[in-house]
Design a protein around this ligand. Structure first.
Ligand code: GTS
Length: 227
């Protein structure tokens, strides 16, 4: 069972720097994971201004994340881990009690699949819609926009919402019976949906009621994205 992290465990954990945009859907995924793992006090957050394009500057790309995205986790020895899934897996493994990414091979496989599906079918398409079919981060950052591609991705995300609604009609969490990284990824998707004003279709009752439950979790409701 998940146990709380003891004082001696905590002392062994590394100091971590998170390159962050506090209200961003992807950085919020890592913030939720940190809160779920009681690791917030080990993280120092460095604000990177997406709207000024600070994540696309050569120094950030060459030293923090080649992909030019947030969040990035930097460890004391300078190792940088980008990609929310990779960061979450790292954080979840630290205390030897992986509550977010699965304990058994079956849990790990299903959680990883559902989280990836939430990226492919919901979160990433909304991100593409934001960057291509809305002003996005503004003309200085959005150097290429393809509105038609953005609209297609918005419609893909709506289909994704219907898919996850179907999943949640028959189980309490996205990957089965327990909260996991897959729930966090869908939460990220619905945060982004709200930013771009793409409401969850009314008929998606299971997805809507799951989201209400998720938003009541301490790790979720405390996020700047909901302030
Ligand atoms: N696959 C990456 C991950 O999982 O970490 C995607 C990260 C991502 O797209 N992050 C957004 C970003 O850097 C941050 S936010 O939109 O959620 O605030 N976007 C800026 C850009 O130019 O793409």
């Amino acid at each position: 069972m998940a146990s709380s992290v003891t004082r001696s465990d905590v002392a062994r954990f590394p100091n971590m720097t998170i390159y962050d945009f506090p209200t961003g859907p992807y950085p919020t995924r890592v913030r939720i994971a940190l809160a779920e793992k009681s690791l917030l006090s080990h993280a120092e957050f460095v604000f990177v201004d997406l709207y000024k394009g600070d994540h696309k500057r050569p120094e950030f790309i060459s030293t923090k994340n080649y992909s030019g995205t947030l969040p990035v986790l930097e460890l004391g020895d300078g190792t940088c881990i980008a990609e929310c899934t990779a960061i979450t897996e790292y954080l979840d493994a630290l205390d030897g009690v992986p509550t977010l990414t699965g304990r058994t091979p079956l849990e790990k496989g299903v959680i990883h699949m559902m989280s990836k599906r939430a990226e492919l079918e919901l979160l990433d398409p909304i991100s593409v819609y934001f960057h291509h079919a809305t002003p996005g981060l503004g003309p200085e950052v959005e150097l290429y926009q393809n509105r038609e591609w953005g609209i297609r991705q918005r419609d893909k995300a709506l289909r994704g919402m219907r898919y996850f609604d179907g999943v949640l009609e028959s189980q309490p969490f996205v990957a089965g019976d327990a909260f996991s990284m897959a729930d966090i990824t869908v939460i990220g998707g619905l945060i982004f949906a709200s930013i771009v004003k793409l409401p969850v279709p009314e008929e998606c009752a299971a997805l809507i009621s799951w989201y209400e439950r998720m938003r009541a979790r301490p790790s979720v409701k405390s996020q700047p994205a909901f302030a």
